[in-house]
Design a protein around this ligand. Sequence first.
Ligand code: PLP
Length: 382
Amino acid sequence: MVYLDHNASTPLAPEVAEALARALSTTLPTNPSSVHATGRAARARLDTARARVARLLGCEPREVVFTASGTEADALAIKGSWLARPEPHRTRVVTSSVEHPAVVFAAQQLKALGATVTEVPPAPDGQVPAEALLAQLGPDVALCSLMWANNETGVLQPVAEVARAARAAGILFHTDAVQAVGKVEVSLRHVDADLLSLSAHKFGGPAGVGVLVVRRGVKLEALSAGHQEGGRRGGTPSVALAEALALALELSQQGLAEMAGRTAALRNRLEHAVLERTHGARVNGTAPRVPNTTNLRFDGIDAETLLIALDLDGICVSTGAACASGTLQASHVLTAMGLQPKAARSSLRVSLGPRTTADEVDTAVDALVRHVTRLGLGAAAA
Ligand code: PLP
């Protein structure tokens, strides 16, 4: 199998799998809220995991809130901060039209609570222009949410600039960094966000655990009852999953620059080969991107058909957009970039991982070129 769908989920790093298996094989209860010795031991382990995450992200341990997913972290950031906003006259939420559904859905839910949501579209290259976003940051805005990197195109967004401007205007700034962690350096030392979401299964950790960083002084109303995570998230946390996330984060940071260079070279090799060997293929999202992602368009070819053909060859890629009842929906990200729905439905996301090899890339290219030629676009003359 050639797995090129790392933006959907990454394989567990072997060290994480081993540590997780060890942690889960103990039969000791691990409720960090229990006051007895077993509970105190669990609390110590959870606090250690929290401190490791904080050190890597450049924040304080008490600012790290463990959640069950990136989706939950996004929902808690957006809805929790809205419910606790200190200035109720601020009723607008500014975001982009290329956010992940986790953010889109949470922002839409706020409408029922009286919020107005402004979605700023990207340029055709996939990047939301900072000046267009900044132009929206008025005194009525409570929260601005902009993703660090897009999950479908990999395009990096101007988070540092928008964070600075939002905070200067007294507006909370949230960034969904789920697709950035493990691909580019993500640190609150460089991007001064109030709230930042991440998810372990996107960087070699297990599914079922994420983090929301909540900077000191940011008020947040919990969305579930309970006193855990400093009163910001109810529910007994999983010590084993928190430790696995911390380890995966540490591993993903080791040799990050070298890994990013190698991955970008392989991604570029794949892109160049496909563009060279087929007629009319295009790359969606030409702004600076994370190193592992490419979104390729084959006009006139149904991407779902292509995806299934590749799957039969043992090659895993994705369309990046939801597939509802057997019909591929046109991606809201690609249509926001100006693509017609038909062109969006002809687009395929290929996302590499740190262990992807040149052989795997070449196998995927050969299969892609073969199917694309068979399904419609002619092969380019050699
Ligand atoms: N945000 C982005 C940008 C994502 O790509 C994803 C997952 O694909 C999520 C949030 C949701 O993360 P999780 O799968 O942990 O709920």
